[in-house]
Design a binder for this molecule. Sequence first.
Ligand SMILES: [Zn+2]
Ligand SMILES: [Zn+2]
Length: 332
Amino acid sequence: MSTQLKTIEPLPVTSVASAPALDRFCSVARTVEILSDAWSFLVLREAFFRTRRFEGFQSVLRLPRNTLVQRLNRLTELGLLQKSSYSAGSTRFEYRFTSKGLDLFPVMLAMLTFGDTWLRGDKEPPLQLVHTACGKPFSPVVTCSACGEPIDAHDVQYRNGPGAGSCPRPTDRKRSRRPSDAQVLERVRPCSVARTLQIIGDRWTFLVVREMFFGVRRFDEFQANLGIASNILTDRLQRLTDHGIVAKRAYQLRPERFEYRFTDKGRDLYGSMLVMMHWGDRWLADGRPPLLMRHRKCQHDFHAQIACSECHEPIQARQVDYQMRYVLEPDA
Ligand SMILES: [Zn+2]
Ligand SMILES: [Zn+2]
């Protein structure tokens, strides 16, 4: 893929002494930041299971009341949920998805597919999805919006979009923390989406994976592109290796130097990245996507969409039913 990236200009390299380090504008990074807060994620997930009321969220998630209030407010401020009274004059509220929130459904489905494929161990996937439009159990497939064919990372060319550019790197230290542990994210429900977030849901890991899709393989290239501290980079590459996302290979012996390449599992994160990018482009980029993509097979600009593996139609959030392969067990 590296040869396709020539059309994207590198960011200026900033030295330690100069102005604040810069981040490339990236719709995927913005989306990951919203989803990587574990509690917000859990609330959104329950909302996709059609929970609407405060008591409903609380009885399933058993979050401290303040934490739940805070997250519902945050998701409302972000424009993902809207709050309304149960009925005229009632002082009790329910929370429903806005169009922006509902549009996160394909993102959830893409991560679910990755988790179902790679992170389920020897068990069946926790959920069986049913597409009510065609009536069949299905798997989500990431496809090209122009031709409807499945998307492969090798078939995509990139170029700068109208929103290309950079912004000062956030200094909020919390953003670089590692993902919440699995027990929190899988609270109550076994969940393939949570397992995927475990891998890509922290800022630096995600950025390393993104650079790899742009063809970056070597330690010093990651450092130059991301301005990442070497101990953090070492840690994240090690975790990605442990998760089987990347494989490490020596390309030079004296001194020994390594490069990192995707395994098949790692390459399969591409669909999730594309779907997250589309959501970010649609809702967080003011109509100015930072990156444009062309599908080589059909020669059209495209965005990623999720289609049904059985009838091949794009999936709408309200056309999916779930069969749970587990018993819902709220925390005691
Ligand atoms: Zn296409
Ligand atoms: Zn279908």
